[in-house]
Design a protein around this ligand. Sequence first.
Ligand SMILES: CC(C)(COP(=O)(O)OP(=O)(O)OC[C@H]1O[C@@H](n2cnc3c(N)ncnc32)[C@H](O)[C@@H]1OP(=O)(O)O)[C@@H](O)C(=O)NCCC(=O)NCCS
Length: 174
Amino acid sequence: MRGASREDDLAYTLIAERPEDHDAIERVLDRAFGPGRFAKTSERVRERGAEFEPALSRVAVNDAGEIIGVCRIWRAHAGAPVFFLGPLAVDPSAQAAGLGLALTRDAVAACRAVGGQAVVLVGAERFFRPLGFTLIPRGRVSLPGPVDPRRFLWLELRPGGLDKVRGEVGPPVR
Ligand SMILES: CC(C)(COP(=O)(O)OP(=O)(O)OC[C@H]1O[C@@H](n2cnc3c(N)ncnc32)[C@H](O)[C@@H]1OP(=O)(O)O)[C@@H](O)C(=O)NCCC(=O)NCCS
């Protein structure tokens, strides 16, 4: 998908993540999050067997071919199949131009297109609300570690998609 920021000063393309993007993505994550990003509970979900989905994940590439943003998607399970979204990061040089929302919107659309039922994530409600994410009712879903319930969000991808979602987010069940 081809996009441009609201100010039209940041042209970018959104594509599925490719293996060769790995190192550039690590640099964006380091610059956006700083130290401590591996300490997050979301990282425990990924370590414990959530399955990375590069075809549903998105990277933003600028006109110079540089990676300036990433939104990763993982296949997981919490009472029912769910997609776990994160990390989402935009390089500090490209922030506040609409790219974070565009990346998330495109990755969510990819999850819906493959028949996904629900997306779960940890993040700022104010940021994700415009895309339809809402707070998970307290106690309904958990992660393998502490999570601030005011930052624990989900999105229904099709009617009834959240009905069976409950319990701890873990690896996908085949
Ligand atoms: C959060 C992040 C991905 C947003 O990307 P971005 O391209 O700067 O965001 P956008 O330009 O798409 O912002 C869209 C809206 O969200 C708001 N917003 C941006 N970051 C926000 C945040 N951390 N919390 C709440 N709202 C935020 C913006 O103000 C903007 O609102 P507006 O349209 O009313 O001005 C980016 O700032 C980043 O990488 N931050 C560091 C890593 C991080 O915190 N990741 C998110 C984990 S949930």
